[in-house]
Design a protein around this ligand. Sequence first.
Ligand SMILES: *[C@@H]1O[C@H](CO)[C@@H](O)[C@H](O)[C@H]1NC(C)=O
Ligand SMILES: *[C@@H]1O[C@H](CO)[C@@H](O)[C@H](O)[C@H]1NC(C)=O
Ligand SMILES: *[C@@H]1O[C@H](CO)[C@@H](O)[C@H](O)[C@H]1NC(C)=O
Ligand SMILES: *[C@@H]1O[C@H](CO)[C@@H](O)[C@H](O)[C@H]1NC(C)=O
Length: 395
Amino acid sequence: MKMYRQWPLLLFTLLPACWAYDIVQDYSGSSFFDKWDFYGNWDNLTLGDVWWLGRQDAFAQGLVYVNNAGNAILKVDDVSNVALNQKRNTVRITSQAAYNVGSLWIADIVHLPFGCSVWPAFWTKGTLLWPDGGEIDIIEGINLVSQNQMALHTLPGCYHNTTPPNQMGISDPTKVDCSQPSGCVVSESAPNSFGQGFANAGGGVFGVQFDVAGVFIWFWSRPSIPASIANANATSSINVSDWGAPSASYPASEPCNITQFFTPQNLVIDITLCGIWAGLPAQYLPQCSGAGPTGICYNDNVVGPGGRYSNAYFEIKYVRAYTTGGIAPTPTAAAHALLSQAVTSTIKTTSPAGTVLVPSPLFFPGNTARRGFEVQGWRLTLVGIIVVMTTYLVW
Ligand SMILES: *[C@@H]1O[C@H](CO)[C@@H](O)[C@H](O)[C@H]1NC(C)=O
Ligand SMILES: *[C@@H]1O[C@H](CO)[C@@H](O)[C@H](O)[C@H]1NC(C)=O
Ligand SMILES: *[C@@H]1O[C@H](CO)[C@@H](O)[C@H](O)[C@H]1NC(C)=O
Ligand SMILES: *[C@@H]1O[C@H](CO)[C@@H](O)[C@H](O)[C@H]1NC(C)=O
């Protein structure tokens, strides 16, 4: 009987699934922090001089809250006087849901943390031990840089060998192997993607398409946000056809077999201080040698009063997760198990249906995608009909 009632839902969701991404999670407003885990340990990953507080402490110390504008704030402690050999408090949160290939994420952000020693990131990580499940760095920057940097991190075998013709950002020709420590790096070329410039422009929006065809990352400064995003709300689907060329384009053909190197991904937002990137003298000194008397990231910034961290905060309007259909958030499953799982999950889930691990018809960009659009539409509908019929027969 239960299945019976879900048929109309299945049929309803199959058709729009080939046109747009359906929303599966909106993180915003007073419930922004509900579905994230707080790290609750010192930064034992990037060796920053911070404690990433647990949920209760983070709220109690005012390092996370929702401001009067309804935006989520995540910040570094900018009031405490930190003694030598102690760490400063900040936060790192990880989404409880892991999103599979076939997902799209959009983050509307008003302010990103910046300043000497400050190292924020908005990124995703696989559900296996790092880096086996892959990592996508969507926003990352250190100290006083003015440009965002994007990257993938994987096991050996995933590359970003060329600068794809429709990529707006700048590939680093020395960082094409996504398994090297820096990952395969692309720098943003559009202005105001980080730091004071980002804040002065009122922030902007970042979008990521995590697809079997590749990983594609967009950035729009606030005045350039496309209508599809500006007009979307917390429940509407999103039509990506007006997104234009991405800032970073990592096509699977580089080669990087997405389902091989990426499991479902958790979203992560964190701020650390100094550590193994921002704090390295080669990175730190060119920008911040004047920040204090010792020229040492920790001594001149983390120690002492916190006033210098007044800009070390995220202000986030929302983070939204979407799916092309078949592959709903999967907290546990490994990617290669999904093809067989997907058919049953279309019957069980209330998320939009659709099953096949073929390139999303919406993947950027261009004519082949558009042609694929029609094919994919039929294929999805066909699979849907088969699923419905099978359900009927089994019933
Ligand atoms: C998506 O946008 C394009 C271009 O604006 C339009 O042609 C198409 O019909 C839209 N699709 C849907 C489902 O709204
Ligand atoms: C970091 O700390 C967490 C929490 O205590 C622990 O689970 C994890 O294994 C540690 N990681 C490393 C690399 O030490
Ligand atoms: C969100 O947008 C959809 C159209 O995409 C509309 O039907 C719905 O009423 C909107 N919801 C709110 C709360 O504005
Ligand atoms: C990509 O990896 C998946 C999972 O490991 C595998 O099934 C598939 O055959 C691979 N595709 C190519 C083109 O190598």
